[in-house]
Design a protein around this ligand. Sequence first.
Ligand SMILES: Cc1cc2nc3c(=O)[nH]c(=O)nc-3n(C[C@H](O)[C@H](O)[C@H](O)COP(=O)(O)OP(=O)(O)OC[C@H]3O[C@@H](n4cnc5c(N)ncnc54)[C@H](O)[C@@H]3O)c2cc1C
Length: 345
Amino acid sequence: MYLKRFLAVSRPPPPLCVDLSVRNTLALPCRAETGRTLRSRSEALAAWAEDAPRGPVTVLGEGSNVLLPPRLPGTVWHLAALAPRFERRGRVEVFGGVSLDSLVHLACQEGLWGLENLSAIPGTVGAAPVQNVGAYGQSLDEVVEALEVLDLRTGQCAWWTARECDFSYRDSRFRGSLGAYLVLTLRLRLHRGGHPVLSYAGVEARLAQSLSPGAQARPSDLAEAVRALRAEKLPDWHRLPNVGSFFKNPQLSPEAFQQLSARAPELALRSFTSSGGKVSAAALIQGAGWRGRRRGPVGMAQQHALVLVNYGGASRDDVDWLAGSVQASVYARYGVRLEREPLHL
Ligand SMILES: Cc1cc2nc3c(=O)[nH]c(=O)nc-3n(C[C@H](O)[C@H](O)[C@H](O)COP(=O)(O)OP(=O)(O)OC[C@H]3O[C@@H](n4cnc5c(N)ncnc54)[C@H](O)[C@@H]3O)c2cc1C
């Protein structure tokens, strides 16, 4: 019995071979035991049979929405980027490892509408359904027809309809059961004849700058307008590592919305909806005095209050500490609870 315990305690932990510090946009230090790249459903099924009995399997895309621990046990899976298949009448089938931005680019080149306002969002297509990515008035669920999913608990593959994914604002069935599924393939329905979505502040004005008077906007014009707006607003994660918006915009009931408007007129909540709805998390963070404030290696960006940045050498504990401090300040000042967007792996 003592010998068994001694052996268990003294056995060296498995070597951590895969350096993931360069595979997450917040540049947190992380090493995993093993990793593999999968190129098809049959490879995923074979890998599942081999890896699942050995320990945890973690799916990682471009690491643009995760907070990684220093050590990740088990195997990290990563999907390959294979060329999307554009079919007739705007349908496209795309493997999960393709970058979302390159898919947006290709769809725009094909003259297809539906993804253009999602340009310049980092990350893979396979991860996009997890938080139902959205930006500038468009979200992924508007174009999803079906997804091919591998259940990592049973090893079974199935096609799910968009309805079965339970999409909502920055949420889905995948986010609710993290680690349970691998999204292998997306089937999207895009449109040949479409209209620009201009509802988001600044898009129309930016588009007008690049179009000659009277010209019809193409999907690629929208994609470029959004790309330019994002470059102005958000710090570049290559130079100042971050995961984009760190908190979701809180959704308030009409009563809570009115109370907040009365309590904090400086937030100018009229710019949202008078029947309640989403409130700008950036405005709340700025109002609580966190914009541009730095604590050790981390801080809330000067350029955009919603973006938590790593100035160099930050750990996940530093990030958690700062995020908790911001949440506590916003709650103390406005009575609103901020929910985090990036996921702990
Ligand atoms: C600068 C910047 C700007 C951003 N702007 C936006 C924005 O405007 N809108 C928006 O919605 N998001 C935005 N994000 C967040 C991020 O880009 C998205 O959440 C993106 O979908 C994450 O993709 P990823 O491949 O990096 O996923 P990862 O960060 O690698 O993983 C995220 C989660 O998805 C899981 N996952 C990854 N791949 C798969 C798969 N194939 N199947 C199942 N689960 C999987 C992971 O296990 C993890 O739980 C931004 C991030 C950055 C850095």
